[in-house]
Design a protein around this ligand. Structure first.
Ligand SMILES: [Ca+2]
Ligand SMILES: [Ca+2]
Ligand SMILES: [Ca+2]
Ligand SMILES: [Ca+2]
Length: 283
């Protein structure tokens, strides 16, 4: 669950037919929300910020390093606004339940050196966890999920240069716990979530050129278990995933960073969005 994609990061594409949830966006911390100027290069993140069992949207603004989180999937202003730690325009935002206490919080990944900066609370301050792990080199794309189904989310990296996923079951330095590459070809944005509601998160892929989604229910090489077309798919729309209706499985959605349009689907199947609203927290 929990992912975000920036137009730049996500376009660095993955080559395979399924993928995972990832997040991506440049960012960095600063004094306060930037004002004026166009700031539509924002990236969506999704998570259960208040621990009530449903995932909702957030937006990360790379220009200011601020996160804007909303606790309901409805139009309106952000319920939480903050930045944390030092930042860099290269940073990519991620979200997950790092400490397994039931709520999701934020993090950023620095693709230039492989370091993760994770925060256990959605508040300003220094990161609670800072580490990098062996396996993937620089230039990776972060993914997040509860790969082992033990109740906490941990990170992973997709290495576009090799096509391998490196997943870690703990948010700490060390070697990757799972290393594999998808067996099928394709390009798109990696996503991750608990597609089948069995308690563990697995990978998937969204192809922004046609809206096709490829989901895999196990973290291993192989063909996708579920394929469908997400709509309305348009150029520039970014995939998000989460448990929008709190029924225990993660499903897909799309965010339009230009208008703040949100389109959420409650099933991983063809068809129109079940929930649509606007979340455009940056004037
Ligand atoms: Ca929630
Ligand atoms: Ca938590
Ligand atoms: Ca876990
Ligand atoms: Ca699962």
């Amino acid at each position: 669950m929990h992912t975000a994609c920036s137009p730049t990061a996500c376009s660095s594409l993955a080559r395979f037919a399924f993928a995972a949830s990832l997040l991506i966006a440049p960012g960095c911390g600063g004094g306060g929300p930037a004002s004026g100027a166009p700031q539509k290069g924002v990236s969506p993140v999704a998570g259960d910020w208040n621990g009530d069992g449903t995932d909702t949207l957030g937006v990360y603004d790379p220009a200011s390093g601020f996160f804007f989180l909303r606790n309901t999937n409805t139009s309106g202003q952000a319920d939480l606004t903050f930045s944390f730690g030092a930042g860099s325009l290269a940073f990519l935002p991620i979200a997950g339940d790092w400490d397994g206490d039931g709520d999701d919080s934020l993090g950023v990944y620095d693709p230039t050196n492989g370091y993760f900066f994770l925060k256990n609370t959605n508040t300003p301050g220094d990161a609670d966890l800072v580490f990098r792990f062996g396996g993937a080199g620089a230039g990776g794309i972060p993914v997040v999920g509860d790969w082992d189904g033990d109740g906490d989310d941990s990170v992973g990296i997709y290495d576009p240069s090799s096509g391998f996923f490196f997943l870690k079951n703990s948010n700490a330095a060390g070697n990757a716990d799972l290393v594999f590459t998808p067996s099928t070809g394709g390009a798109g944005d990696e996503i991750g979530g608990d597609w089948d509601g069995d308690g563990d998160d697995t990978l998937g892929l969204y192809d922004p050129t046609n809206g096709n989604v490829f989901l895999r229910n196990s973290n291993s090489s192989g063909s996708p278990d579920v394929t469908f077309a997400l709509s309305p798919s348009r150029t520039g729309f970014l995939p998000i995933e989460g448990d929008w209706d709190g029924d225990g499985d993660d499903t897909l959605g799309l965010y339009d960073p230009l208008t703040g349009g949100v389109f959420l689907k409650n099933t991983n199947a063809n068809g129109a969005a079940d929930v649509t609203f606007l979340f455009d927290p940056i004037p």
